[in-house]
Design a protein around this ligand. Structure first.
Ligand code: HEC
Length: 153
């Protein structure tokens, strides 16, 4: 390694950007602006006809027991499967499925709101196109883990 000092500086900066609250807390509502700079949880998962990547904002790491705090935002980025190179590679993101902890008083879905966004238009996908009740009905299997499937350390 020719420039050990530069490497140390790089990792120090990377650490700051990963844990800086202002950068990765995300907006309280609407499209999860900047989610690609949040914490990546796990790898790229292939599920049926899509690839998935999971992102979490800083607040997700301030969990008390199993309970995520209000303001937690989790994003399931859904990507097409690109077969152009012969194998299955992650293509473009076609949907962002978002869970936002809004608090128990705000709803009956374990305190979460379930929303989906089109990453191209950045608009919310209407319930007529994608009924988000189905999100809850599947995620409720994980009610013992605050509705969350992924392991967030
Ligand atoms: C049939 C079951 C099922 C449905 C329906 C479903 N999900 Fe998920 N979701 C999962 C699984 C399983 C994971 C974990 C990632 C993986 O293994 O594919 C996940 C992961 C997530 C995550 C990351 C946090 C976590 O729990 O791991 C978010 C956010 C999410 N889903 C949001 C949604 C939203 C919003 C909808 C509806 C538009 C939805 N999901 C519909 C099964 C489902």
């Amino acid at each position: 390694m020719k420039h050990p000092v530069l490497f140390v500086a790089f990792f120090a900066l990377a650490g700051i950007s990963c844990h800086g609250v202002s950068k990765s807390s995300g907006p309280a509502r609407g499209y999860p602006v900047g989610y690609l700079k949040w914490h990546r949880i796990g790898g790229t998962i292939k599920r049926g006809a899509e690839f998935r990547r999971i992102y979490a904002n800083d607040l997700a790491f301030q969990r008390v027991g199993k309970e995520f705090p209000v303001g937690t935002v989790l994003v399931k980025e859904e990507l097409s499967i690109n077969t152009a190179q012969g194998g299955d590679m992650p293509g473009a993101a076609f949907r962002l499925s978002v869970m936002r902890k809004v608090g128990k008083a705000a709803g009956n879905k374990g305190g979460w709101s379930f929303e989906a966004y089109d990453p191209n238009t950045k608009k919310r996908i209407s319930k007529a196109v994608l009924d988000t009740t189905g999100c809850y009905l599947c995620h409720v299997q994980k009610s013992a883990n605050d509705m969350v499937f992924s392991h967030i350390p």
